[in-house]
Ligand binder design. Structure first.
Ligand code: DAH
Length: 348
């Protein structure tokens, strides 16, 4: 092939490539184009191979033409490749366009379990009166749960709190009163003490208002001048805080081994305002907690001088308060892990 012929072929090749590149519409046809004009079996490759046979004096011009051809073919390919990339990008941008008018996602906030709503509320109330918060373990010694609360082995009061035994000397605590013994042990006979002790307790019990597990908040005050009047005032304030200022509070004589005298507190029924209804079992009153002056035996058993110190104590059922306050019909709902139930107590 002489220079003239090659020039002609080269121009034909360029013209053909120019024509065909216009038809390239996707990656597939681009690859075919590349193979045909720039690949191993392309005319370009065979032109390079024929360089060998070109006479020396023509080699330079031949080389210039060949390089020019290769540059042009490459340029067609690259321009098209760029074009296709841009088309694909535009297509993606179009498809993935963000619609800023769509409503956003909102993280759902959980709500406080009604059980802990009461714990927090009562705790806040007593912190405001200068009380501390003390806690004890759920697995408790028989000694703290019963003996040190003035309930010896053969005492009939044990029957009312049928608990779960771990072994001979250990049980699941049947009330939070045992935390009194722990707090007094730490105080080593030195008052004053002013604590509340919220926590879970366990008994062999099972009906709509009783569960084998429930919560109590214990209160204990020991000082040289604690009086029965202080107890009545404290509990009246607490019950009005929980159930509203309009509630009447009534104290009835009762019996607990760890207090003497003992009283139980009732509030006037908030459903019927004292007239009598099914909630208050037609008495007009709702039983709400137990309390009393700390029995001198308990003071002595726990290392306090009962001539110097006096005290009062109380115990209130967390589930019971929550059931009354929120109108919950079955105590099992607290422990059923039902989000729909708990969601009702959401504070917006
Ligand atoms: N521990 C009692 C119970 O579980 C409740 C109680 C009553 C606690 C009187 C007290 C109290 O501290 O003084 O039934």
């Amino acid at each position: 092939m002489n220079l003239e012929e090659f020039k002609k072929k080269s121009e034909e090749e360029i013209a053909l490539a120019q024509k065909e590149v216009d038809d390239v519409k996707d990656e597939n046809s681009l690859n075919l184009f590349k193979g045909k004009f720039l690949g191993k079996n392309s005319n370009l490759t065979s032109f390079f191979a024929s360089m060998k046979t070109v006479p020396n004096e023509e080699k330079k011009d031949f080389g210039i033409l060949l390089t020019n051809l290769k540059t042009k073919l490459n340029a067609f390919f690259q321009k098209k490749e760029e074009e296709l990339k841009q088309i694909a990008l535009n297509h993606r941008l179009e498809k993935e366009r963000v619609d800023i008018t769509l409503p956003g996602y909102q993280k759902e906030l959980g709500s406080k379990h009604p059980f802990y709503a009461i714990v927090d509320d009562v705790t806040d109330f007593f912190l405001g009166l200068g009380y501390d918060v003390a806690e004890g373990p759920d697995v408790e010694s028989d000694e703290n749960n019963f003996e040190l609360m003035n309930i010896p082995k053969d005492h009939p009061a044990r029957d009312m709190q049928d608990s779960f035994s771990i072994d001979e000397t250990t049980i699941l605590r049947s009330h939070t009163s045992c935390v009194q013994a722990r707090v007094m042990a730490v105080a080593k006979g030195q008052g004053p003490i002013k604590v509340i002790c919220p926590g879970k307790v366990y008994r062999r019990d099972n009906d709509a208002t009783h569960s084998h597990q429930f919560g109590q908040i214990e209160g204990l005050v020991i000082s040289e001048d604690a009086t029965f009047a202080n107890l009545l005032e404290t509990l009246t304030l607490l019950l009005r805080h929980l159930f509203g200022d309009k509630r009447e509070v009534r104290f009835r004589p009762s019996f607990f081994p760890f207090t003497e005298p003992s009283v139980e507190a009732d509030i006037s029924c908030f459903e019927c305002n004292g007239k009598g209804c099914s909630l208050c079992k037609h008495t007009g009153w709702i039983e709400i907690l137990g309390s009393g002056m700390v029995n001198p035996n308990v003071l002595r058993l726990n290392g306090f001088d009962d001539k110097k110190y006096k005290g009062f104590a109380f115990g209130i059922g967390i589930d019971r308060v929550a059931m009354l306050k929120y109108g919950i019909d079955d105590i099992k709902r607290f422990y059923a892990n039902d989000v729909n139930f708990i969601d009702q107590f959401r504070k917006e």
